[in-house]
Design a protein around this ligand. Structure first.
Ligand code: ASP
Length: 326
């Protein structure tokens, strides 16, 4: 898909000034003859972009290709997706909700461009293939492999702008790790529910926006979004997903129909639980999903035609949100 793992800088010390998505995936693999010991690799270039420039059409292509690959080939052990790190967690979560096959789907990227001194991409890619071809990884859902750590799609997030150890899974920690001794996933995979396994993705997607909570927020954005007719809104609330009185007022005073709405938190870890006064306003809790992942759930729920009650039921089963708010 592109990203820094396929990035090219002017010289080997250019760590910030480089072009992402400049090298072909086949070029990345040419530098890794060691991979031949694990797998026969078939490369496909679906895109070659900075992941900030991904569009829904890229996601549609990716989902279709993976579904087709698994459906057509019993010999396919798994899929590795080279991807920019900035939105990798979004693509991982999207695939987690849509791909229903126990075989591993592994996303991998790099924090340093391919041309840099001590580029992290080659080892990350090598380890991603190790994981994707490991029977241990079967049934664990969509994974992200970065810096020797194996993360699950739901919890993983990029937490740093610099440095090779830029990914964490707040609250739960990584699922495991990978090194020269093999793939280590200490916990057995459990049953996995893939709520949108059969959902066909349309070309036109609904508009879903994210709002960010702060002290004395400007209200112009809220009315602008409501007037624009967005179909979904994710509120990045303070603390455990709290909205200010003025934000709640803006919603209460809106004369039209409110969009489908989720409340997430700007804290970066910990759950957002249901609470009556927010539920009454139509604000459903996003559990421990980050705002950007809550948005993806909302997008798919809207595409699937779910109403608020159905979305609430889905959240309760998927995210195990409990009644309580701090
Ligand atoms: N700008 C890059 C991206 O495509 C950053 C990276 O890959 O690390 O997300």
């Amino acid at each position: 898909m592109g990203g820094t793992i396929a990035g090219r800088g002017a010289d080997s010390t250019s760590l910030n000034d480089y072009t992402a998505g400049a090298l072909a995936a086949s070029e990345l693999l040419q530098k890794l003859p060691q991979l031949q010991r694990f797998a026969l690799i078939q490369v496909e270039q679906l895109a070659n972009v900075d992941s900030a420039d991904l569009q829904f059409q890229h996601w549609i292509d990716l989902v279709k290709r993976i579904r087709r690959g698994f459906a057509e080939s019993s010999e396919l052990a798994g899929v590795v997706i080279t991807h920019g790190t900035n939105t990798m967690e979004e693509s991982a979560w999207l695939l987690e909700l849509l791909i229903d096959d126990p075989r591993p789907v592994v996303l991998v990227g790099a924090m340093r461009p391919a041309t840099a001194l001590s580029a992290d991409g080659p080892l990350n890619l090598f380890q991603a293939v190790q994981v994707a071809t490991s029977t241990q990884a079967i049934g664990h859902g969509v994974l992200v492999v970065m810096d020797g750590q194996i993360h699950g799609a739901r919890a993983v997030t990029k937490v740093a702008t610099q440095g090779v150890g830029a990914f964490e899974s707040p609250g739960s920690g990584p699922l495991g790790w990978v090194d020269d001794l093999g793939v280590h996933l200490p916990l057995k995979s459990g049953p996995r529910s893939v709520p949108f396994a059969t959902l066909e993705l349309p070309v036109d997607w609904p508009q879903v926006a994210i709002l960010y909570g702060c002290v004395d927020p400007p209200l112009a954005m809220i009315s602008a979004l409501l007037q624009a007719g967005v179909k979904g809104l994710v509120w990045t609330g303070t603390g455990a997903g709290q909205l200010s009185l003025v934000e709640r007022d803006a919603l209460m005073q809106w004369p039209g129909q409110l969009p489908l709405m989720l409340r997430a938190s700007r804290c970066g870890s910990g759950p957002v639980h249901p609470c009556d006064r927010n539920d009454q306003l139509g604000l459903l809790p996003a559990g421990s999903l980050s705002p950007q992942k809550a948005r993806i759930l909302l997008l798919l729920a809207l595409i699937a035609g779910l109403d608020r009650t159905e979305l609430s039921a889905l959240l309760a089963t998927m995210l195990m949100t409990g009644k309580n708010e701090g």
